[in-house]
Design a protein. Structure first.
Length: 290
């Protein structure tokens, strides 16, 4: 994703998200902190376990690699989604302005694929939900994925920086709501009753990722940063490890099928199938810390 927003649509999105952030902060702090506080309060500290760093926060970044074993296509692999369709035809504000029907078709297809019975969270998603439930400190999952597999595995503290496939957003009023059906250009917004504004709640190329302020706050407070299943070449997520290294003493770990483009920046790297290496890593952290 590019860093700078382009076009009228993306400015509207950024503004509406910022308004919501401000409202949330005024009410009770940032989304990440609220989520982390709720997580902390729910768990008593473990007894008799000599964890090195039990009260430190963990931030986990996930990408398409963790969902591939659940049957969802990745984007940048040789056989990934971007080898079959052109980004500029289906995943930019300009494409939506030019041919909204085609963009809706693409995301309706992906939403239907996510809803197919065979697509379920795998052992990697489940292990992260376990980490969140059992780690005595705080755990936040930041995902680049628009699927809902972290939540389906039981994860609660999840920020979708690239949006969510199972939500729709109104370009007229900015409202975001759960959406499991197909979208089309004739539909009416349930909030403002205007037509033609409903779009997938996903961040397109040329638009700003969401929750960036909360994510940077969480990165600066973490003791462990883990990157799972990301290609390491999509910013700003690819820059998170560097941000952690510049602002904290946190341990940094890459879990991936193969070394990513940013692998040299991590203190520790583990390679293999996510469904195998993520549960093993979570087990190790829960037993010993890092
Ligand atoms: Zn609306």
């Amino acid at each position: 994703m590019a860093l700078e927003p382009r076009g009228k649509g993306s400015r509207q999105i950024k503004r509406s998200v910022n308004v919501k952030w401000r409202q949330r902060r005024r009410a009770s702090g940032s989304a990440a902190c609220v989520a982390l506080e709720r997580n902390k309060a729910a768990k008593p500290p473990k007894k008799g376990v000599a964890i090195l760093n039990p009260n430190q926060n963990i931030v986990v970044l996930t990408g398409a690699g963790i969902s591939k074993e659940s049957g969802l296509d990745t984007f940048r692999d040789e056989d990934g989604i971007w080898s079959k369709v052109r980004i500029e035809d289906v995943a930019t504000p300009e494409a939506f302005a030019r041919d909204p029907g085609r963009v809706h078709d693409f995301y309706n297809m992906r939403r239907n694929a996510l809803g197919m019975s065979g697509v379920k969270p795998n052992a990697g998603h489940k292990a992260l939900a376990r980490l969140e439930a059992e780690w005595p400190g705080r755990v936040l999952v930041v995902t680049q994925n628009v699927d809902n597999l972290h939540e389906a595995a039981g994860g609660a503290n999840v920020l979708h920086m690239h949006g969510e496939l199972m939500k729709a957003r109104c370009a007229h009023c900015g409202d975001v709501f759960a959406w499991a059906d197909d979208l089309d250009v004739s539909m009416e917004c349930q909030t403002c009753a205007r037509t033609g504004g409903l779009r997938p709640h996903v961040v397109w190329f040329g638009e700003m990722p969401i929750y960036m302020e909360e994510i940077h706050q969480a990165l600066e407070l973490c003791g462990l940063f883990v990157s799972i299943g990301t290609s390491g070449n999509v910013y700003p997520a690819a820059g998170f490890v560097q941000h952690v290294r510049m602002t904290t003493d946190a341990h940094t770990v890459e879990l991936n099928l193969e070394p990513s483009e940013g692998s040299a920046q991590f203190a520790e790297t583990i390679y293999g199938q996510a469904s195998e290496i993520v549960p093993a890593f979570v087990q190790r952290v829960l037993e010993k810390g890092w």
